[in-house]
Design a protein around this ligand. Structure first.
Ligand code: NAP
Length: 494
């Protein structure tokens, strides 16, 4: 059995069983058997299945949010919001699948008169096969068992095997029950969804190396993501790993913005880097401020020094946080501007841009941030170019800062998947245009996003059919267009 531990009281919570070796083999066999029937399911039935999962999760709302709260110490309001986000995400993919046009169907009909004659060529995105999913500890619902990776893989037509996170086993188990109920109610093959648990990394390694598995979705630590990526690439048949990993999300406060609203900026930053005890992959962990920002510094110091103790998700994350903040504080030229109360306290570090050291960009997962004081935006540009890839980069500007932002924008865009202006990066809207990705090590594949409708493309491959009889083509490519989807004919909308 694996038991969650309440991070506040240390209490051992109700456990869930580990998956035995024999059960694991059956999981792979069932998933393999579900590939073809589920892959060719009618789009309306697939959409109905995704909506049914959302409905089953709603039925468990009280139980699942309470379990999440107890296992993670994240507030009940956050758990409620995260469940809503999870069901919204499933419904977004249901709408996408029902519309059907996402498969990007392209038709170039035969040109028998041409010299040489052109055959009939049709192509579209098709499901990749069984997908293995690893969720992160900090989003026990939205990036976990029924989260974005699972929703997008199921939407693509792929059976899913989730490796449950040991930091919130019961919450994951309940979400898994909701999905399994939806599988039964929609009369789908049992292997469309499975949830597995193991005492250590071995079960995850088996998931990545099993020949039935054709892609991995991972959200978690850089170390975990990179080891799974290496494992997947060393298989006889290497497979893609879409790993969403670490990011410090640089934020630049431009001079006029700082002059105009120093207190508001300090309050906004405090709210953002302490949200969820700083356990967000979009936490602003590096903030550039102009020299002489005294009102901002004083306001932030007061807020941080008045803040109480935090409870982090696991003892491992707590150990990393305490070690990471200690290392930052001991670096030459780095000062502690302010600390909150308790063993796990919010912390703000201060460094002059002239004293910048690359080790300051190591993610310290928790309620801390580094303020980097610049004399001139050229210093910021230089440091931005040295940063690793990020999920987000943010600019706070006033109207008079616009030309300066125009100059810095290429550096911000070059380093991050999403550029934010006059906001804080911690919120990630679930919508069609969202990109939650970025260059390494924010993700293992900068061409992808794990949030938004484009996340579906990660679990597909392109299939092309040349001169296939119409009746054997997938409905999306048949001449009569039975699904009535948007398609390209001769490169133009039909
Ligand atoms: P984690 O420790 O890497 O765990 C994630 C999952 O992967 C767990 O199920 C874990 O198994 C498994 N795992 C990790 N290393 C493995 C290995 N070598 N072999 C097999 N399985 C392995 O991550 P976490 O602590 O839960 O999450 C916190 C981190 O996630 C932070 O760094 C944060 O920035 C990042 N994060 C990123 C995003 C994003 O979208 N980029 C979103 C949220 C969080 P066990 O359960 O057995 O440990």
């Amino acid at each position: 059995m694996i038991h969650g531990i309440n991070p506040v009281s240390g209490e051992r919570l109700e456990g869930v069983p580990f998956t035995s070796a024999a059960e694991l083999e059956q999981v792979f066999e069932r998933a393999r058997a579900a590939v073809l029937p589920y892959g060719k399911l009618h789009k309306d039935q697939k959409a109905q299945f995704l909506r049914q999962i959302a409905e089953e999760l709603e039925l468990l709302r009280e139980e699942i949010t309470l379990s999440g709260h107890l296992e993670t110490a994240l507030p009940m309001a956050r758990m409620q919001g995260e469940l809503t986000r999870t069901t919204t995400q499933l419904k977004m993919f249901a709408d996408l699948v029902q519309d059907g046009s996402w498969v990007d169907a392209r038709i170039d009909p035969a040109l028998p008169e041409r010299n040489p004659p052109r055959p009939d060529i049709r192509s579209m995105y098709t499901p990749l096969g069984v997908v293995g999913v690893f969720g992160a500890s900090n989003f026990p619902l939205a990036f976990s068992v029924a989260g974005g990776d699972t929703a997008s893989a199921l939407a693509a037509g792929c059976p899913v095997i989730v490796k449950g996170h040991n930091a919130h086993p019961k919450t994951g188990f309940l979400a898994g029950q909701a999905i399994s109920r939806a599988v039964q109610k929609c009369k789908l093959p049992e292997g469309v969804f499975s949830l597995i648990y193991g005492p250590d990394n071995q079960i995850g390694e088996k998931l990545v190396t099993h020949p039935a598995v054709k892609a991995i979705g991972f959200t978690g630590s850089r170390q975990g993501g990179l080891s799974l990526l290496k494992l997947a690439q060393s298989r006889p048949e290497p497979i893609p790993v879409y790993a969403e990993m670490s990011s410090i999300n640089p934020l630049v406060v431009f001079p006029e913005a700082m002059h105009e609203r120093p207190e508001q900026l300090a309050q906004g930053l405090f709210g953002s880097f302490t949200l969820g005890s700083g356990q967000f992959c979009t936490n602003p962990g590096l903030v550039f401020i102009p020299a002489g920002s005294q009102v901002f510094l004083d306001t932030l110091k007061t807020l941080v020094e008045g803040s109480g103790a935090h409870h982090l998700l696991t003892s491992g994350i707590q150990d990393h946080y305490l070690k990471g903040t200690q290392i930052h504080g001991q670096l030459e030229g780095v000062k502690v501007l302010a600390s909150g109360a308790g063993e796990v306290a919010a912390q703000v570090f201060l460094v002059e841009a002239a004293n910048w050291q690359d080790s300051l960009q190591n993610e310290v997962f928790g309620p801390s941030t580094v303020l980097c004081v610049y004399q001139d935006l050229a210093e910021v540009e230089k440091i931005l170019h040295r940063l690793e890839g990020q999920l987000t980069a943010t600019a706070h500007i006033a109207d008079a800062d616009l030309p300066a932002l125009e100059h810095l924008l290429p550096a911000l865009q070059n380093r991050a998947g999403r550029v934010v202006v006059n906001g804080f990066p911690t919120g990630v809207e679930v919508c069609a245009a969202m990109v939650h990705g970025g260059p390494h090590p924010a993700t293992s594949d900068p061409r992808s996003t794990s949030v938004g409708t484009r996340a579906i493309l990660r679990f597909t491959r392109l299939s092309c059919f040349q001169d296939l009889p119409d009746s054997l083509l997938p409905p999306e490519l048949q001449e009569a267009n039975p699904y009535q989807i948007a398609r390209l004919r001769e490169g133009k909308p039909e």
